[in-house]
Design a protein around this ligand. Structure first.
Ligand code: SF4
Length: 427
């Protein structure tokens, strides 16, 4: 399935980076023995376990020269794997990355070298990404040395870069531990920019820094973008960080883009419940605006066994509830059904006790009959029949994968709620 975000076209612009249906799955088990599926009695192997971690599950986007695309989502939603796959640090499972119109997987050695020069990454943790035994000047000069610059040229360029990132000449000979976190990130930026790349992928570049240092680094990144005409892909778990930095935002959940659009629009008129939940988690800087209670509960499900349909449905506060349930009743029903699915139901007690364990009040008569039937099948050990009985009720959010569709110019959304049901959310 393709998830795309396309900027409204300016006819003369060619994208610097075009990503088409990019997919990166990792096998869950790497060993042959551990990848065998065994029959229930532990006898002959049934075949190979084809489970995989679906870290990036088919994303598409264009990145234009000089712009910043923010990619936002919680940890474990695939952002960093996306970055590594874009740069060729890991091979894609499917799809294509095109840099200036050329597929990166078809690059010969010269083109690969040129791509590595043109596309740099800045990692989150400036401490661990700097070799503690090497001086700052030498670290910054590494890409220049690899590109064949002479020692004198390297020194001159490093001194120039130190000034551009707000450090001093005297910092050239110091070791990473002699710098603060913010200064170490400046060294990282200087190294990334040393050979004039076109594209910088910044993976959580200000996480772990305190607020005032974050602001300084973000401002520095913007200055450097203006000066060098850089194109940024800015990855973060914190939406507030990119409001003043990004031109467009892609919200990522479990390997998919679920909402994409111009940054200001996404902040003022978000449509996806996940985007709204991320926004609710951001403290409002206006003391007169009362904070809202974040509605995002639970952890991101495992990408090796993602939920069916809309992957956000297990946590979505706006889940579409099938007739004849109320929202609360359907959540109880889902918990009950999940335990039947996993054969976790207690079957050695009275059926009424099983029912009371999951459901707080009276339910519509048809639903009561379905639950009774499932409990009875489970008590007889007929788990498949129990599961089949409960399949009668299913939210469209669990059944169908929502495709990204346009809700306004340049604003795309993957959600089954219709326009009326999507309450515009202001932050
Ligand atoms: S499709 Fe359903 S579960 Fe997914 S975000 Fe929309 S309302 Fe929520």
């Amino acid at each position: 399935m393709s998830r795309s975000v396309r900027r409204p076209q300016n006819e003369t612009d060619e994208p610097l980076l075009r990503v088409e249906n990019l997919t990166k799955h990792f096998p869950v088990n790497t060993g042959f023995i551990s990848s065998l599926r065994w029959n229930s009695s532990g006898g002959f192997p049934l075949g190979l376990d084809d489970k995989s971690v679906r870290a990036v599950d088919g994303v598409s986007f264009d990145l234009y020269p000089g712009e910043t695309l923010g990619v936002v989502g919680e940890s474990g939603c695939g952002k960093s794997t996306l970055a590594r796959t874009l740069l060729g640090l890991t091979d894609p499972t499917d799809g294509a990355v095109k840099f200036r119109g050329m597929r990166t997987t078809t690059f010969g050695s010269d083109e690969k070298r040129e791509f590595r020069r043109n596309a740099q990454i800045v990692f989150q943790d400036p401490q661990s990404s700097l070799n503690p035994r090497r001086k700052a000047g030498n670290i910054i000069a590494d890409p220049l040395e690899a590109a064949g610059w002479s020692e004198e040229e390297r020194r001159e360029r490093v001194l120039e870069l130190l000034g551009q990132v707000g450090l001093k000449e005297e910092h050239y000979g110091r070791y990473p531990h002699e710098f603060s976190g913010g200064q170490r990130q400046r060294i990282n930026l200087a190294r990334a920019l040393s050979i004039n790349p076109d594209l910088v992928i910044a993976d959580e570049p200000v996480s772990g820094l305190d607020m005032s240092v974050q602001a300084q680094i973000l401002s520095l990144m913007q200055d450097l973008q203006d000066e060098y005409g850089l194109t940024y892909l800015f990855i973060t778990h914190d939406l507030s960080v990119i409001r003043n930095v990004a031109d467009r935002v892609a919200v990522m959940y479990l390997g998919d883009f679920v909402e994409t659009g111009p940054v200001e629009r996404l902040f003022t008129e978000p449509h996806h419940p996940y985007t709204c939940a991320l926004l609710e988690a951001v403290p409002n800087p206006d003391p007169d605006v009362r904070g809202v209670e974040p509605r995002l509960v639970g952890d991101v499900p495992s990408p090796s066994d993602p939920p069916s349909g809309c992957k956000f449905h297990t946590r979505c506060p706006e889940l579409i509830v099938p007739d004849p349930f109320t929202r609360e009743e359907y959540h109880e029903y889902m918990a009950f059904r999940s335990d039947v699915q996993d054969e976790n139901l207690q079957t050695d007690v009275e059926p009424a006790a099983v029912r009371a364990h999951y459901f707080g009040g009276d339910l519509p008569p048809d639903v009561e009959r379905t639950i009774e039937s499932a409990v009875s099948h489970a008590a007889d050990g007929d788990w498949d029949d129990a599961r089949a009985a409960l399949a009668e009720y299913r939210s469209p959010c669990e059944a169908e994968v929502p495709e990204l569709q346009s809700v306004a110019d340049g604003h795309l959304l993957a959600c089954h709620l219709d326009a009326e049901e999507r309450e515009a959310f202001s932050w």
